[in-house]
Design a protein around this ligand. Structure first.
Ligand code: ADP
Ligand code: GN1
Ligand code: MG
Length: 358
């Protein structure tokens, strides 16, 4: 991180970073460096405008989970993130007006899944997300700040796409006419969940809102899901967002930016495994309306994310980090291919869900 004095940052957190005298030797001075390990993260203030509100959400949610885990005799330091306070008792350290850091306890002996998506891993991931939602089932969702307003408001994402097409700041709209046409042709189903939340036919819950598989830590030995991390977008929302978003990447046969679309398919078996784990932990708490929309949720979230990638491409790649030219366009094409494939499998996905929830 350019020009940031990380030693200064670390000194401001309430951790024992000093070295201690160790052992009884007479000759060499032996010291033990801190034995606990911590994760230091810079908060993205371009995206999260109010770091303290963001951290307040995270503290409330992790404390709530912590209390439940303690009551059940579990290990709260593994089952949820632990926020390390600064020396002056704050949840993050302000380095300068644009630069804020937070610290968590490192959760050892865990792995994340990036590309190795086995069916067993999908099943465990489903259990992990289902358990996360079950633990927060009675959390008062309304007390959370909306860290990114309208994050999963799909119709608003379509409006943003239309604005980007009109402004065409990077002069790219002409070259992506087919992708734009695909996106706009599917606008009909975009309001399904926001309308349901508005008319209360779908319950407002605490949602994670970014349930990519690499936001779950798995035990490195048993491969069970240990902890759901990356809690920046924990906000009021729908369980359908978390279910659908996990499968957007989790059930794809390829990486999110794979350019060879012949390799990109929606894997029904991966869907079944994730859904089985999810319903095992959370199925009895789902309402009829949620159960009816579980098979639809991956399409909605994949479509919405594709629209966000396409919009960012038109905006000149200002939101999602890119590591090569056209990466956002590749991501959008990849997602639209998945949407089309999900559409061809809708009946199958419905019958998988009927077999899991009654
Ligand atoms: P990002 O916003 O960059 O996705 P994450 O919070 O997801 O940030 O962290 C990035 C990666 O760091 C995770 O995928 C995980 O591998 C690792 N990680 C983050 N927090 C912890 C933690 N408390 N313990 C162990 N590993 C962690
Ligand atoms: C971003 O930060 P990360 O990589 O976990 C994005 C998600 C997208 C995802 C697409 C705050 O997630 O909404 O689904 O990229 N997070 C934010 O890969 O916008
Ligand atoms: Mg992450």
């Amino acid at each position: 991180m350019d020009n940031i004095n990380l030693s200064e940052v670390i000194r401001n957190f309430d951790i024992d970073y000093s070295v201690k005298a160790y052992g009884n030797g007479h000759i060499n001075g032996t010291f033990l460096a801190q034995s606990n390990v911590f994760v230091l993260q810079r908060i993205n203030t371009d995206i999260f405008k109010n770091p303290y509100a963001l951290m307040e959400n995270i503290e409330k949610v992790t404390q709530f989970i912590r209390n439940k885990v303690v009551k059940r005799g579990g290990d709260p330091n593994r089952a949820t993130l632990t926020v390390i306070k600064t020396l002056d008792g704050k949840s993050c350290y302000r380095y300068d007006a644009q630069t804020y850091f937070r610290m968590y306890r490192f959760i050892p002996d865990t792995v994340t899944i990036e590309t190795e998506k086995t069916n067993e891993a999908l099943f465990q991931a489903g259990r992990g997300i289902g358990r996360f939602q079950a633990m927060l089932d009675d959390f008062p969702a309304a007390c959370l700040h909306e860290t990114i307003p309208d994050f999963h408001n799909t119709p608003k994402r379509i409006e943003a796409l239309k604005k980007a097409i009109k402004a065409d700041v990077a002069d790219r709209a002409e070259s992506v006419k087919d992708e734009i046409a695909f996106a706009l042709s599917r606008a009909g189903f975009a309001d399904t969940v926001v309308n349901g939340l508005r008319d209360k036919s779908i319950p407002l819950r605490v949602a994670h809102n970014d349930t990519k598989l690499n936001n779950i830590l798995f035990d490195k030995n048993t491969l069970e899901a240990v902890c759901v991390i990356d809690l920046d977008t924990v906000m009021p929302g729908s369980a359908l967002y978390d279910f659908g978003d996990a499968l957007r990447m989790g059930a794809s046969t390829a990486a999110e930016d794979e350019t060879d679309l012949d390799k990109v398919w929606f894997d029904e078996e991966a869907f079944r495994c994730f859904a089985r784990g999810y319903c095992m932990e959370f199925g009895d708490k789902l309402t009829e309306s949620e159960k009816n929309l579980l098979s639809f949720a991956p399409k909605l979230m994949t479509y919405e994310c594709g629209i966000r990638f396409l919009t960012d491409y038109l905006d000149g790649d200002t939101y999602f980090k890119i590591h090569r030219e056209n990466q956002n366009l590749d991501r959008a094409r990849n997602h639209f291919k998945l949407v089309a494939d999900i559409e061809s499998k809708e009946e199958k996905l419905k019958s998988i869900i009927s077999g899991l929830v009654s």
